[in-house]
Design a binder for this molecule. Structure first.
Ligand code: ZN
Length: 265
């Protein structure tokens, strides 16, 4: 794997047949008590490096997978539906030398607001008009259909199950807990795009810590432990929606803790 292009809002790595581009939708901050200890309580012992201006930094990222067979967008950012400073996916795509017309397929890691909202543009139309299929985990189809802004997308909705390949070389991997149908995507058997498995770097040092929006915190914790082990056993690279810059890197075990090492040029 090598980094072939880097801009303020994007970073592209080449695998064998496929290229993966991180697209930064923007950055926001969250209250410190979004991180929850094992008993579900907030954490009293956050270190200065965990905070920015007393809050938790939260980047929001999406990933574009490009190859001969087409162009798959994994997650779509927050659009204008959530915090100010998000919704820059279009600018990130342009910086990466692509554009909304180029996206043939969309797959969501899950149906939370910062992952699905970019499917629809500011005028309520399809943000990716050539994306004929939008893959959503079977467990979350109902949640997706219940979102009024997603009505224009419904004719393109496709159920997604573990093992499905939305694009040749990309396989869906169950990663439930943060949401019931939360999915990771393994690209060319070597880069795991793991959605919201980790929301803050503290969860590498203390993987038992959960996030306030984990729908089943215990299951999220079990899934994180299992996938961390699998990533290390298989030697996979990792990418995530809320990982520190640039959102792609390598996981390392450090005793009972873990560390994230970002890719560099
Ligand atoms: Zn998220």
């Amino acid at each position: 794997m090598r980094v072939v292009r880097e801009t303020a809002l994007s970073l592209t790595v080449e695998l064998q047949e496929l290229a993966v581009t991180m697209l930064l939708d923007g950055e926001t901050v969250m209250p410190p008590d979004c991180l929850r200890g094992p008993e579900g309580t907030g954490l009293a012992d956050l270190a200065p490096q965990d905070l920015a201006g007393g809050k938790l930094p939260l980047p929001v990222r999406a990933f574009l997978v490009r190859g001969q067979a087409g162009c798959l967008l994994i997650d779509t950012g927050a659009g204008r539906a959530w915090h100010k400073g998000l919704g820059q996916l279009g600018a990130a795509l342009a910086e990466a030398g692509s554009g909304p017309q180029e996206v043939d397929l969309v797959a969501l890691t899950h149906t939370h607001i910062d992952h699905l909202s970019g499917l629809v543009d500011d005028d309520g139309g399809l943000a990716f008009p050539n994306a004929e299929r939008v893959f959503v985990a079977t467990e979350e189809l109902m949640a997706f259909r219940a979102e009024p802004r997603m009505i224009p997308v419904l004719p393109r909705l496709m159920p997604l199950e573990q093992g499905d390949g939305p694009l040749p070389g990309v396989v869906a991997v169950n990663a439930p807990g943060h949401s019931p149908g939360h999915m990771a995507f393994l690209v060319e058997g070597r880069l795991l795009i793991w959605g919201d498995l980790v929301h803050h770097p503290l969860q590498f040092r203390r993987p038992e810590v959960t996030w306030t929006f984990d729908e089943d915190p215990q299951e999220a914790r079990t899934t994180r432990a299992g996938l961390f082990d699998r990533v290390l056993a298989e030697g996979w690279l990792v990418a995530g929606a809320h990982l520190p810059h640039p959102g792609i890197g390598r996981l390392e075990r450090q005793g009972a803790a873990f560390a994230f090492h970002p890719v560099t040029r």
